[in-house]
Design a protein around this ligand. Structure first.
Ligand code: NAP
Length: 248
């Protein structure tokens, strides 16, 4: 049975945790990254230590040509994939809309939205029975920001994640009879390096009191939801979004 999975942005954080969790459940994992080659190789070593195959593939998901090359490399190495996790995503420093440059907003949508659509399109072209594929599962990373709006923080990011929610629903319904399930996970405040990349390294701990469970979540807790959505246990689940947010 084909158990090949591509995770975008898997060199650290939620993507890396998903690679480990998926390998433990029998998936071979292709690990995509942009800059952190050593970290991506370390995740691959962990996947192999769990007895599964690993492939490390550099590509900026915001660049359509690089996404096409990424999927072509996967075709060459492993053949058609059975799972895709659209995890690569970025935030930016806290700002109001009236302080944001066009370049910032374009980057936010290029990586978080266009990257997801391009990767999902290439996956559907390979998984869908309409294209001769054997089916598969796609999981998109949204955020609770999609329903909170993130005012004064990064509403460009929140709007991009709102697009992911709508895209997940639409694509799920579009390919529902073609063997492809499409779902999303909406993490809340999760302890990863994404907060430091937005200039707020202590954000997860600072925000903890605002979470009903009074703590940040872990990447492993998000990964658990993702691998369930990928699994056959979720065989009747499509077009849905699971909040992993401690009640927030
Ligand atoms: P993270 O720790 O910052 O990791 C991001 C990963 O994405 C890295 O592996 C990075 O690789 C990769 N990446 C960044 N830009 C990329 C691009 N253009 N093409 C390919 N890969 C790229 O982030 P995280 O916290 O694990 O977040 C993962 C996902 O969950 C994101 O979609 C994020 O929006 C979402 N999320 C996170 C939280 C949270 O609190 N952590 C909450 C809600 C939603 P390189 O370092 O090699 O560039």
């Amino acid at each position: 049975m084909n158990r090949t999975l591509l995770i975008t942005g898997a060199s650290r954080g939620i993507g890396a945790a998903t690679a480990r969790a998926a390998a433990a459940r029998g998936w071979d994992v292709a690990i995509n990254y942009t800059h952190a080659a050593d970290a991506a190789q370390a995740v691959a070593a962990e996947v192999r230590a769990l007895g599964r195959r690993a492939l490390v593939l550099q590509a900026d998901v915001a660049d359509e040509a690089q996404v096409l090359a990424l999927f072509a490399a996967l075709d060459r190495e492993w053949g058609p994939l059975a799972g895709l996790v659209n995890n690569a995503g970025v935030v930016d420093v806290a700002a109001r809309l009236d302080e944001m440059s066009a370049a910032r907003i374009q980057r936010m949508f290029a990586i978080n939205v266009f990257g997801t659509l391009w990767c999902a399109r290439e996956a559907v072209r390979r998984m869908s029975t309409r294209h001769g594929g054997a089916g598969g599962a796609i999981v998109n990373l949204s955020s609770v920001a999609a329903r909170l709006g993130a005012p004064g923080q990064y509403l460009d990011y929140a709007a991009a994640k709102g697009a992911i929610d709508t895209f997940t629903l639409g694509l799920a319904r579009e390919v529902a009879t073609e063997g492809v399930r499409v779902n999303a996970v909406r993490p809340g405040i999760i302890e990863t390096e994404i907060h430091a990349s937005g200039g707020q390294p202590g954000r997860a701990q600072q925000m903890a009191p605002s979470v009903p469970m009074q703590r940040a979540g872990t990447a492993d807790e998000v990964a658990a939801a993702i691998v369930w959505l990928l699994s056959d246990e979720a065989s009747y689940t499509t077009g849905t979004t699971i909040d992993v947010s401690g009640g927030r």
